[in-house]
Design a protein around this ligand. Structure first.
Ligand code: GRF
Length: 220
């Protein structure tokens, strides 16, 4: 992206929006060369919408319960997103399964953050599942979104140790600290042209990333 025209980002949320806040903070600190053009929530009255408004970012609600089908909602969402002409779509706690039409439309320009070391623990309740499995570490992955749920190529992963006595809540807190570091990092790479998706793989600075993406080990 050129200096005169920063990467335009639309962020989709469903809840508290702490990852959105991390992006806003990085952008406001001059560390993220993006314009957050809009924040869209599928749920009304969530805290993430207030975070957007406080930062002077247009905040829209598109309530999925008002639509007869997933396809109808995703089409209306596409129209709303595209009215903001984004270069990049960022899913930040957007709790919806997406249609293949939607993922196809934004292929290579949509990122998601998932609280596990993908491909482990796709879906929900990842922290509890990692504890129940007796894993020694857990973590978080930023990945490009494809039609496969939590299945697109990884961009960056942060690995976090599981401590004796950890609950899903204590583990989630430590994982979230890393989320707030790696999501701005990945968005920055995309915005400055270092990162793209090619043939279903993540490429950073011209190099194919490993299946984990760029790995940050915080277990030490
Ligand atoms: C995060 O844990 C993220 O990994 C997951 O949803 C949660 C969103 O949290 N996809 P927040 O709304 O950004 O605080």
């Amino acid at each position: 992206m050129s200096e005169t025209k920063p990467c335009r980002v639309v962020v989709l949320i469903s809840g508290g929006g702490t990852n959105l806040q991390a992006l806003i903070d990085a952008q406001q600190a001059g560390q993220l060369p993006v314009e957050i053009a809009a924040v869209i929530s599928n749920r009304p009255d969530v805290k993430g919408l207030q975070r957007a408004t406080s930062a002077g970012i247009p905040a829209d609600v598109l309530d999925h319960t008002a639509f007869a089908s997933r396809e109808d909602f995703d089409r209306a969402l596409t129209t709303l997103i595209d009215s903001h002409s984004p270069d990049l779509l960022v899913l930040a706690g957007f709790m919806r399964i997406l249609t293949a039409e939607f993922t196809g439309h934004y292929l290579g320009r949509m990122l998601n953050i998932h609280p596990s070391l993908l491909p482990k623990y796709q879906g929900l309740h990842t922290h509890q599942r990692a504890i129940d499995a007796g894993d020694s570490c857990h973590g978080v992955t930023v990945h490009f979104v494809t039609a496969e749920l939590d299945g697109g190529p990884a961009v960056v992963q942060a690995k976090v140790g599981i401590k004796a006595g950890d609950t899903a809540e204590t583990l989630a807190q430590r994982v979230q600290q890393q989320e707030h570091i790696i999501y701005p990092l990945a968005v920055n790479w995309f915005a400055n042209g270092s990162l793209h998706m090619q043939d279903g793989k993540s490429i950073l600075n011209g190099e194919l990333l490993p299946p984990s993406g760029h790995l940050i080990d915080c277990t030490g």
